[in-house]
Ligand binder design. Sequence first.
Ligand code: UDP
Length: 553
Amino acid sequence: QSQEVSQARIDYHVALQALQKHGTNMVCTGKMHTDRICRFDYLCYSSEAEEFVFFHSNSSVMLPNLGSRRFQPALLDLSSVEDHNTQYFNFLELPAATLKYMPKPVFVPDVTLILNRFNPDNLMHVFHDDLIPAFYTMKQYSDLDDEARLVFMEGWGEGPHFDLYRLLSSKQPLLKEQLRNFGKLMCFTKSYIGLSKMTTWYQYGFVQPQGPKANMLVSGNEIRQFAVALMEKMNITRAEEVEREGASAEDEKEKEKKDEYVVVFSRSTTRLILNEAELIMVLAQEFQMRVVTVSLEEQSFPSIVQVISGASILVSMHGAQLVTSLFLPRRATVVELFPFAVNPEQYTPYKTLASLPGMDLHYISWRNTMEENTITHPDRPWEQGGIAHLEKEEQERILASKDVPRHLCCRNPEWLYRIYQDTLVDIPSFLEVLKEGMKTKPSMKKSKTASTVHPGRVREPQCQTSVQTTNEAKLTVSWQIPWNLKYLKVREVKYEVWIQEQGENTYMPYILPQQNYTFSENIKPFTTYLVWVRCIFNKNLLGPFADVLMSVL
Ligand code: UDP
């Protein structure tokens, strides 16, 4: 401890001199505020002003140098939720010379990641908006290692899932309110601000109704690697993976059967399953497996993950707890239940997660279509779906509606009213959906993770032409295999050739098994053709086109 203090003392004068002389430095990635992460030397924070401060010196760097475009609308998003106006980051500016009139700064020696948690009370938001993005932002910058310090600037308290945030590094994360304890002016020696949005898969409906993100950049692989890393931190070892070397398919089946169980993730305060006991019995009977229930109210999070990580089927009412399906083993099934008047197609954060390529989960949804089986709560507070505060006419319209129309986030009363209903699950319709859904579960063989190694460019592409008669010509195209193919075992290798007459905007595509071909149909003499060639592995893994060939006949 004393060593740490004296170390900090020695650093102090160096740090203060560096700050006074060089001021703050900033270098960022990203062209837009929505894809920007910035790295700072000596970014300071005034707890009095509740603002970050950039000290300008002659040698300060500020890249991008946006001028006042820095406020249109902001330098960057502090959370992983895109372009949300409560999540913008900016700093104030001062000349470094003003430091001599300021309180002595306290320096934070740790490499720091500064961000906003979006909604730390809600487990889905915790994982999707904070934990996974922070995990991969830290992977992106190697000095954000296990010793990194996280600072949460959204201004909330720890929240119910703070232990999960603690897993991201060995140092206790700091909350905004705790920054005061460092005095009036604190300076982060090295810091990164912002979160990678690369891993998020869902948009919550702030500008258009909620749904999967328009272009997803994450696959199940990254989600699963995150899950494994988090489980290691929680000291959880997954119930043995089914695919072991040396085990025959029969062995595997046998072994799998013995260990198989269903998990019902239950909610005990809102959006209840009213006949949970009956549902559990039915599941046990239908699958001939034991059924385990878990709930956030009754178990520690690690113990829930331990159970889920070995489950074959996870059944739950729609809700944040379903984000734990990212801990399910490959080939497991997620069964999501929806209350009356809520269309499963319109609320798909968990379906999207389960369906990410390489996530290898099977997804089934069931919806209560029987109004007599729903219990509504019109007299609750509005945020739990109460509608008593609405005009009589509006209340009546909502009561009569059998389907929540599409809506924006987050306070649509009809949506809240319907999503917070309790449900008596109709067993026959549930079983029917389950049986139907299980029919489309990919078989063991099919789900064996297919290779995702793409072909390289074909090499040495060439074309040769010959004019036969005034209206007959031949075009011979040949190429060599992609360089990486000689190291790979590929089930099926094909080549695609596109031939376009110069000036036309259509082309003729051909799929060929061999490395050369002579085209004579549709080839005219005295015409210029453009030829593209690429390799395809296993029908759908497309390689890049080689440089276009031009043939003059
Ligand atoms: N929650 C819970 N049990 C309940 C109700 C909620 O564990 O009976 C948890 C839920 O998983 C989430 C948080 O409390 O992490 C907030 O729940 P809410 O219903 O507001 O959000 P939703 O689940 O619809 O995302």
